[in-house]
Design a protein around this ligand. Structure first.
Ligand code: PLP
Length: 386
């Protein structure tokens, strides 16, 4: 049906200098945490305007550390969205706490509804974990104010949101800790890697110690192989980042600002073209594109009798026409593991969005011409399934 190659939903560009940086790290002799990890932590902290960055083996491990550093444990509740990746909620369970699901604001704003967060605060609530969906701010200042008023820790799953801000302040720096992902399909993808940022010396110290087996870095133990005099006060994990991936991060982070700017440009082009298709909803506002990381391009298809069925046919139609798509996300409360534990959860706005959402291709190396093709094929597929 189409002669042109399929437009992928995401495309990661590795440049020759990135490969050289990894090769140098491999030849450097140190393969676990070393100078490149420290350099990346400094660079990323500076780009966020955060006091500390602790590099981790993934965003999932960073989220786990942030919950533990916030003192979340058995008997506690953590308010979370369900319209997110499973890691946001699974880590709450791993910390021994109970996730309490908050609905999203609605089809125009796929982030959590601040009023819902406030409504769900109870005597056991210890923290709220917000997600900056697709790199758009989740009312961070407002939720911070709610958390402060109720004595809760605010944690930010900023997996989608490096180089994004709300009112000039970097996403990830509103709460006690912010967690980032460098998984290959994320903006700064390098493999399995993540980071935790915080302005709190205590949170940084706890996260760093727990990420390295609970062993506190002591200046008098100069030789890391020598375990004489070592004592460990707490059982920890091995959640550290290694040198080759840190080298790739250092090499790629210098291009991040330009890449995000290009993503915003492409998003503006998408929004102008998508406005011509009346039936669909394009979440977020033109003004919000300015400070977002433009991680993904989301649209909500029309409702109707069986919106999920229509959505699946439109996605099939797009694939036949050379356009790959994904859906982000099925509501977490509808997965078996959570359905069984929390059978009474009902989140009408999350469920509505989950049944109608598709993610269109968006990546730094994309062209305006490719966007025009995606939008034309979307219009065609909608018509074919009407
Ligand atoms: C990707 C993602 C994660 C997990 O990131 P990893 O680095 O793969 O552990 C967590 N939360 C959200 C919202 C994500 O999109």
């Amino acid at each position: 049906m189409n002669a042109e190659p399929t437009i992928p939903v995401f495309d990661l560009r590795i440049e020759p200098e990135d490969i050289e940086a990894v090769e140098n790290a491999l030849r450097g002799g140190e393969l676990s945490a070393g100078p490149k990890v420290a350099e990346f932590e400094r660079l990323f902290a500076a780009s966020l305007g955060a006091r500390h960055v602790v590099a981790t083996s993934s965003c999932t491990t960073a989220l786990h550390l942030s919950l533990l550093a916030a003192g979340v444990g058995p008997g506690d509740e953590v308010i979370v969205p369900a319209f997110t990746f499973v890691a946001t909620v699974a880590t709450v369970i791993q910390a021994g706490a109970v996730p309490v699901f908050a609905d999203i604001a609605g089809p125009e704003d796929l982030c959590v509804d601040p009023d819902e967060v406030e409504r769900l605060v109870g005597p056991r609530t210890k923290a709220a974990m917000i997600v900056h969906y697709a790199g758009y701010p989740a009312s961070a200042a407002r939720i911070r104010e709610i958390c402060d008023r109720h004595g809760l820790a605010l944690l930010e799953d900023s997996a989608h949101a490096p180089y994004a801000d709300e009112g000039g302040r970097s996403l990830g720096t509103f709460g006690l800790a912010g967690c980032f992902s460098f998984f290959p399909n994320k903006i700064l993808g390098v493999g399995e890697a993540g980071a935790l940022c915080t302005d709190s010396d205590a949170v940084a110290e706890t996260a760093r110690r727990l990420s390295a087996q609970g062993i506190a870095p002591t200046p008098d133990r100069l030789d890391r192989e020598d375990l004489t005099g070592l004592d460990v006060a707490e059982a920890g994990f091995d959640y550290r980042l290694d040198e080759p991936r840190a080298a790739l991060l250092v090499s790629r982070i210098v291009r991040l600002a330009a890449e995000v700017e290009r993503r915003r440009e492409l998003t503006r082009h998408y929004r102008a073209r998508l406005a011509e298709i009346e039936e669909i909803t394009v979440p977020f506002t033109d003004a919000q594109v300015e400070g977002c990381s433009a991680y993904t391009m989301s649209v909500l298809l029309p409702g109707g009798n069986d919106p999920a069925e229509r959505r699946d046919s439109v996605r099939r139609g797009l694939l036949e026409r050379g356009v790959q798509t994904t859906m982000m996300y099925p509501g977490i409360h509808q997965f078996v593991a959570y359905r069984e534990r929390f059978p009474d959860v009902s989140l009408p706005r999350t469920e509505d969005a989950a049944s109608r959402q598709i993610t269109l291709p968006l990546f730094g190396g994309m062209s305006e011409g490719q966007i025009d093709r995606v939008v034309a094929m979307l219009a065609e597929s909608l018509e074919a399934t009407a």
